[in-house]
Write a protein that binds this ligand. Structure first.
Ligand SMILES: Nc1ncnc2c1ncn2[C@@H]1O[C@H](COP(=O)(O)OP(=O)(O)O)[C@@H](O)[C@H]1O
Ligand SMILES: CC(=O)OP(=O)(O)O
Ligand SMILES: [Mg+2]
Length: 399
């Protein structure tokens, strides 16, 4: 039982990776993009020339069956690799799940009940699990939750100051997301510092399509910017992050917008997209460099919000051993890192301009030698973390 297949099912894509947990390397990986749309495509990497297949892939089931066909055709042969588990990323696990679980019908029902709290994510995650169990029925399927790592939040960090009935009857509280990534990169940061996770306090900035900041004290999440849903906090690709909670009600009363519409706009048509016309950070930079004011404002706001959360979490932690940048923007965008830390020298935060600007892909330190707070770039690996957790749950053996 040496392999784990990890499935990250999004609204219109399936990303997957088969991991050899003994040699700790990917046996194959790939994605099916634009499921249900024209131009749907599967790309399957095994090390050599990738296998590509064009759709149509009308739904996730067709997509996942095409993935199995790709394994059969280009290898590795799933029948031969002794699959210990299939690990699935599930974004919202509510207060029910503080650890990964083997999926059964009751788990599926709970994930479905939580779907309104992660409307961009849970419905697709659920679909991935349903289809996965159908096409690979003899393997345990494990759900690994983005929220689980944040179940250590203290009551003061997870409570909103709202009536008891909302909290008790409707589960209104902060849950936090990107926990699988945070768990992985904060542990790697401790290793980088040659210390035990229990002895390290860090701030993790996960800057991808969704973006979040998390304060990690001694390996445990103690505050995080995303809230009851993955909408609160930082400015994101299409999500607003923090806005005055009165804005939706105001727009419903004065602009005649329906409640669901406001929510959809804040999730799907806000953030960088609303300000600059693009949600991809590389495109936002292109527009800003061409002199577009909206894109310049988007970048300013993005970095201003980051600086506010860094300041807040420095106050929460008291001492910060490491500030960690991760995910697509955090790992690759030196200019965002520079702007996010500009003016924070008095907090012990500084960058070494050469280290920061160096084009590199692995784990690295971008602060000057001997800085009070080590500023690190740690590429996240949610799939490896999911595989480790799934393997541990199903065989009692970590990777
Ligand atoms: N070289 C780069 N420079 C700046 N931004 C980048 C770079 N590469 C990727 N990104 C940005 O990373 C974001 C996607 O991050 P990623 O972690 O892949 O997201 P997710 O896993 O949430 O889909 C996009 O905004 C993309 O523009
Ligand atoms: C929870 C979340 O925002 O995830 P992602 O960044 O993958 O959208
Ligand atoms: Mg991501």
């Amino acid at each position: 039982m040496s392999h784990v297949l990890v499935v990250n099912s999004g609204s219109s894509s399936i990303k997957y990776r088969l991991l050899d947990m003994v040699r700790r390397r990917p046996g194959a990986s790939g994605s099916v993009q634009r499921i249900g749309e024209d131009g749907a495509e599967l790309v399957h990497h095994t090390g050599g020339e990738p296998l590509t297949r064009s759709g149509p892939f009308p739904d996730h089931e067709a997509g996942l069956r095409a993935v199995l066909d790709a394994f059969a055709e280009a290898g590795p042969d799933l029948a031969q690799v002794e699959l210990a588990a299939v690990g699935h990323r599930v974004v919202h696990g509510g207060a029910r799940f503080s650890r990964p679980v083997v999926v059964d019908d009751a788990v599926l029902d709970t994930v479905a009940e939580l779907a309104p709290l992660a409307p961009l994510h849970n419905p697709a995650n659920l679909e991935g699990i349903r289809v996965g169990r159908k096409v690979l029925p003899d393997v345990p399927h494990v759900a690994v939750f983005d929220t689980a790592f944040h179940q250590t939040l203290p009551e003061t960090a997870y409570t909103y100051a709202v009536p008891d009935s909302w909290r008790a009857e409707h589960g209104v509280r902060r849950y936090g997301f990107h926990g699988t990534s945070c768990a992985y990169v904060s542990r790697r940061a401790a290793e980088w510092l040659d210390a035990e996770p229990a002895d390290v306090d860090s701030i993790v900035l996960h800057l991808g399509n969704g973006a979040s900041a998390t304060a990690v004290a001694g390996g445990r999440s103690v505050d995080t910017s995303m809230g009851m849903t993955p909408l609160e906090g930082l400015v994101m690709g299409t999500r607003s992050g923090d806005v005055d909670p009165s804005v939706p009600g105001y727009l419903e009363r004065t602009a005649g917008l329906a409640p669901g519409d406001v929510d959809a706009v804040l999730n799907r048509e806000s953030g960088l997209l609303a300000l600059s016309g693009a949600n991809d950070m590389r495109e936002v930079w292109r527009r800003a460099d061409a002199g577009e004011h909206g894109a310049q404002l988007a970048l300013d706001l993005y970095c201003h919000r980051l600086r506010k959360y860094i300041g807040a979490y420095t106050a929460v932690l008291g001492r910060v051993d490491a500030l960690v940048f991760t995910a697509g923007v955090g790992e690759n965008d030196a200019r965002i890192r520079e702007r996010a830390l500009a003016g924070l020298e008095h907090l012990g935060l500084a960058l070494d301009p050469e280290r920061n600007a160096a084009v590199a892909s692995g784990e690295r330190e971008v602060s000057p030698e001997g800085a009070d707070t080590a500023v690190l770039v740690v590429p996240t690996d949610e799939e490896l973390e999911i595989a480790d957790e799934a393997l541990e749950l199903t065989t009692g053996r970590g990777g």
